[in-house]
Design a protein around this ligand. Structure first.
Ligand code: FAD
Length: 282
């Protein structure tokens, strides 16, 4: 899985499946149920820490099935595997605004919906008109915005057993140059604040009213290393893979950082990144 995650760590998937039709997807789900195989839906792997023992059962990628998009008036219908940065670029070129906040957030549309990805006070859930999912029994469901819940890095999808297939998003007409300018501004801001080594973005969620990065900075964890991993010098809420890090190195840093913040501030930092898979037996 190190080849399928932005952190570049993680043991092997037992089985990585790329269904090409909805029928094949439903068949995979049926087989998983029949043989009681666990399965995990992979987006672009930019919010994932896969443990060194890899992932048991089936890892499902929608990249051969949900990769198309189309503009429909002022909205855009995008498959779950379409890249969010690509959609930001295309909608800006089209003179449609709304997604500028997402400039520089890597990952797929499905992953963004699942995580309710956001930045600069906006998040993807605010643009949703409709989402189509397939549940684990192979049933398709199309739901409108008011049937779905989104909050800080959280969505309905985290509570249910369903695969996001596509989303319809409301955009608004805008001036192409002004939109492009805003996108560039957001990208520059990121480049100046975020580390350039492989990471999975912010490791911890911000506690209500507080910034996890600031708390971590104040307890002095920046620069802490374990194996090939380090708590970024640039941004204390990022753990970076400096060289050949293992998931166990990153997990060690996560626990050390949590421990320090607990001791100094009596606050339990919750993970924003998703930790999946098995510990290595080595
Ligand atoms: C440098 C960097 C900067 C980042 N900055 C931000 C930021 O500013 N704001 C922000 O919110 N995030 C940020 N992130 C985190 C990450 O990019 C987002 O969370 C992104 O939306 C994850 O999408 P993904 O496709 O990579 O999902 P993955 O990491 O592959 O998966 C994340 C979760 O979504 C689930 N999932 C993915 N696709 C589907 C689907 N089709 N159906 C059901 N479940 C699915 C997975 O099972 C998993 O639980 C950053 C990451 C990096 C590396």
């Amino acid at each position: 899985m190190c080849r399928h995650t932005s952190l570049g760590v993680g043991g092997p998937a037992e089985c990585l499946v790329y269904p090409e039709t909805l029928g094949e997807l439903a068949e995979v789900l049926l087989l998983a149920k029949q043989y009681q195989l666990p399965f995990f839906v992979l987006g672009s792997g930019t919010n994932l820490l896969v443990r060194d023992g890899g992932i048991k059962g089936i890892v499902l990628s929608l990249s051969s099935l949900c990769s198309s998009y189309q503009f429909e008036g002022y909205s855009i219908l995008a498959g779950a595997a379409v890249s969010l940065p690509f959609l930001v670029k295309r909608s800006t070129e089209q003179g449609l605004g709304g997604l500028e906040f997402a400039a520089g957030i890597p990952g797929s549309m499905g992953g963004a919906l699942y995580m309710n990805a956001g930045a600069h006070g906006f998040s993807i859930g605010e643009l949703v008109l409709e989402v189509e999912t397939m549940d684990y029994d192979g049933n398709l469901k199309r739901r409108s915005r008011r049937e779905l819940e989104f909050s800080y890095r959280s969505s309905t999808f985290q509570q249910e057993k369903a695969i996001i297939l596509s989303g319809l998003f409301q955009l608004a007409p805008g001036d192409r140059l002004a939109l492009k300018d805003q996108v560039q501004k957001n990208l520059r801001k990121r480049r100046s604040r975020q580390p350039h080594y492989p990471s999975a973005g912010s490791v911890f969620r911000n506690p209500p009213g507080l910034a996890a990065g600031k708390l971590l900075d104040e307890v002095g964890v920046k620069g802490l290393t374990a194996g090939g991993a380090m708590i970024s010098q640039e941004h204390a809420n990022f753990i970076v893979n400096m060289q050949d890090a293992r998931a166990s190195d990153i997990l060690f840093l996560i626990e050390s950082a949590q421990e320090k913040v607990r001791t100094v501030f009596n606050i339990d930092l919750e993970l924003e990144i998703r930790v999946v898979g098995e510990n290595s037996r080595e």
